[in-house]
Write a protein that binds this ligand. Sequence first.
Ligand code: ADP
Length: 488
Amino acid sequence: MTEKKLANSQLGSLDYDPAPESASIARLKPSYGLFINGEFTDPSRHEQFVTLNPATEETLATVAQASAVDVDAAVSAARKAYETVWSKTTGAERSKYLFRIARLIQERSRELAVVETLDNGKPIRESRDIDIPLAAAHFFYYAGWADKLDHAGFGANPQPIGVAGQIIPWNFPLLMAAWKLAPALAAGNTCVLKPAETTPLSALILAEILQQAELPAGVVNIVTGDGSTGAALVDHRGVDKIAFTGSTDVGRLIQQRVAVSQKRLTLELGGKGANIVFEDAPIDEMIEGIIDGIFFNQGHVCCAGSRLLVQESVADEVLRRLVRRVEQLRLGDPMDKNTDVGAINSAQQLARIEELTEFGESEGATRYTSSCELPEKGYWFAPTVFANVSQSHRIAREEIFGPVLSVLTFRTPEEAVAKANNTNYGLACGVWSEKGSRTLWVAERLSAGVIWANTYNRFDPTSPFGGVRESGFGREGGRHGLEAYLNV
Ligand code: ADP
């Protein structure tokens, strides 16, 4: 019996009728300009690019490509707004704007969820239940801090830095915009935000929300474009701080560029998170945690649990159950409310996932790939688990940023820690065990910014997030997240 038949025979029939959300809720415009000084404007060179739906390869809208001249206009607007308005606005007033933005995100949450899913390819269930509510929660959380900065632990009357240049990736477009904007504004900075080129749309809807909230002109500016737009922002002399989330390669480049300036810098980069499973862990919860750790958002998650370290005594059982669970994941139309695994965000990312998984096979790991059907159009990759992975394999060392799990085994807690730390990265890890003392023993020895116990991929605006080593530096979220935007 195939794994799929086996899974279905044990769970009864799992046929679902389609339950698609309506794309018309997005109300997308055919084209979008740049958001500078409170207005949508045409780019100076009139250059544009298209943003696609990765599930269908259809064009969603045309978006402006900002040049260095446009970036300069955005930075000037941010500087003027900083000096004339925002630095003179009281914390209580800033808080009022942040609360408004949070409430407007909630009001337009269905539209934002649809836009996010169309532009990114992630399942609507995730954008509806995770991305958009968390984005609103970040604005609510930092709204609460804006008038309490004296009590944030950074001394009396901490001052903002000035103009922040913020560059974000495509995996959680609106959420990353919220992570960057909310603490910056609460602390009294003005911003120039650069969304990723494959997912600019939710940030542009956010620009409309900022207008609705009557945020003073120039306090937030949004410049769409590719890496050259990001580079112009990084190099601009009028920017006081750069906050970047993205690949380690680009992060390294930015750090070099910023090194010759006075700019402050925070980097949130890649990861190769280890999910460590001990033999006493509750198996059903743990299987769900492993699945969520790697297949949430198609594995396009910097803190994904992309390495499973499983204690040898339970390795066969865990692998068997994991492979069966992978067969049950529903891959397909991201707009369908029953979909678990959506589309890969771009052809480029798909090519990278394919390349690395081919290495996995050629280096001798054992591959299990879901037998699910892949839609004909769009960018898709079936959920995949590699067993018999050794630490030297590329799939154990490099960030794949896709729905691919590498399984390694260990015998003792010491070996688990050594293997988990055997990476250049250090963003997140998970530990699964019934025994609290063992979890704490392991957690204390892991080199990672975030460690989850008996859960994975749990995010909350009150909790700081960030990495060590090649995963970057600086924290976002929580009280710690304010520090990145205060002159302390
Ligand atoms: P990914 O590999 O996940 O696409 P990138 O690091 O390439 O991540 O992209 C993250 C963000 O950085 C995007 O908004 C992208 O446009 C921007 N970016 C890419 N290259 C540069 C660069 N040289 N300088 C500044 N920003 C850049």
